[in-house]
Structure formats: structure tokens, C-alpha cells
Design a protein around this ligand. Sequence first.
Ligand code: NDP
Length: 280
Amino acid sequence: MYQKKLVGVFGDPVDDNPSVVIEQVAFDYMKLPMEYLTIQVKKGDLQAAIEGLRAMNFTGINITMPHKIDVLQYLDYVADDAKIMGAVNTIYVKDGKLYGENTDGKGFMRNLRNGNVPTKGKNVVLLGAGGVARAISVELANAGVKHITVVNVIKEEGERLVELLNSKTSVEATFVFWDHKYSVPDKTDIVVNATPIGFVNKEEKPNIVYESIHPQMVVCDVIPNNMNTLFLEEAKKIGCKTFHGMQMLVNQGAIAFELWTGLEAPVQVMLEALAKVYGD
Ligand code: NDP
């Protein structure tokens, strides 16, 4: 009997989950018999749900909050970068085995690669120290970045990320407590907003001295629902090359698509579908 191949997302239910939009539109565009499901999995039910992937012949699954960290213990293999981050957001099933990957930081790196931005030996300023900051900084470190300055409002969280980077990767990382208007150092090559500032309130931008940004700096935002955040607008006015979080989100979804199907993802179709949902 004919059955569509199943993928989807396990986690807390959210309205308008962007992964549903970008993955399903990609499957349909490529005429693949695949369906993306949103499945609410409560905290205590994760192991049973993960076992169910094998039992129900799933192709793979995305993992979102609150399971990104807990899920590692139930997998057969975890990619090295995801092990360092301690978080997985994508699983694929191959020959009955479960493989864990983290595509968030990889989606960010694909933006830089597609824009011909070199990373080896570069200096990065990273605003924020949460899950996305961790994923991005580990990938930047693995790509040969020289130094990462982690700027964060909660000291312990920032210091924890710096300690992780210094102990588990070859990058040099230092911490700056973000209790003031932060001035970006002159030697900086890449500046990243990895906080949620600008996501809900589009009038907000990170508390930095914008005059300290120079035109040769590359400026990136993770905010997934707006291509033109105030942060990026300020950088564009200065003349910087910029990368938005909507493309990063599409890229991380494209990498998941590629892991599940073995095919190149139709990224432009995915981006257009996402922009329509977010009205941008
Ligand atoms: P977390 O909650 O794990 O981390 C957020 C970080 O931002 C923390 O370091 C937090 O500091 C800091 N922060 C929060 N509010 C402020 C503020 N007002 N001023 C300064 N710092 C602040 O979130 P995630 O890392 O998971 O997500 C961050 C953003 O990335 C979200 O907007 C999310 O939508 C987006 N995202 C984008 C993706 C993409 O592909 N484009 C993928 C996934 C997420 P502290 O905790 O120390 O208070």
C-alpha cells in the first residue's frame, strides 16, 4: 500500500512553525511524496517518540524546544559539532539507525559561504550566548575563526559559552559583560546579533555604538521573521555587507531537506514561501 514518507517536528506546539512552511513547499515543488507533520511531544515522552521514528518508518524529524538537548541520549550517532554544542535539531534515519545533526549554525555558515565571506583567521563579535549563539560560534570556530568575543547580558551564560569554545574548539574566546552600550572593536571582521532583539518588537535594536561599526565589517542577524531588522538597516547605512536570519533559517531547513532526501533543496522557493508567511 502506498504511503507518503514522513518527516516533521517534535516539540512544543507553536503557531505558524516556519519549518512546516519551508519543508512542505520544498517537497511539493520537487514533487516528492513526503509529508511534514507537527507533533506535540511532552517532556517525559521523548524516548518513546524517538523510538516511534523507527517503528513508523519516518525518514527523519526536526527537534525543537524543549528536547534539543535531551534527545542526544536516544540517538545512535551524533555529529561532532552537535556533540560540542550539546544540542540536536535534525535527525535522519538510515538503515534503522538514528543520526543527529545541528543545522542552525550550518545555515548561518552557508550564508557566509554563499556571500564569499572568508572566516579563517577572522575576528568575530557575537551578541548573545543562548542556543543559536552556541551553534553559530562552534561552526565559526570549526571554520578556523581566530577570535570570538561573546557579549552577553547574563555573565554566567556568556562565561559558560566562552569556556565551551576555549576547551572544545581551537578558537580563542573572551567574554564581555553587556551592561553598557557596547562598542565594536576596530579589528572586528564579522558582527552577529544572536539575541531575539527585533523579533517581537521590530522597533528594537541591540544596544551597541553603531558609529563603531565600519563599512568593511560583515554584519549578520539571526532574526528569522524580518529581512530588514533595524540592526541590519543601521549596518547597511554604514555600507556593510549584511546577511539576514530569514535566509539562515531557510538554509538550515535546506540542509535538513538534503539530509532527508539526498537532493539539493529549492532554496529560492523556500525563501519566497517563508517571506509570504512573515509578510516581508
Ligand atoms: P536563547 O533564549 O537560547 O538565547 C537568547 C540570547 O539572547 C541569550 O544569550 C539572552 O541573554 C540574549 N538576550 C535575550 N534578550 C536580550 C536583550 N533584550 N538584550 C540583550 N541580550 C538578550 O534563544 P535562541 O538562541 O534559541 O534564539 C535567539 C534568536 O534566534 C531568536 O529570536 C530565534 O527566533 C532566532 N533563531 C533564528 C534561527 C534562524 O535560523 N534564523 C534559528 C533559531 C533561532 P540571557 O539568556 O543571558 O538573558
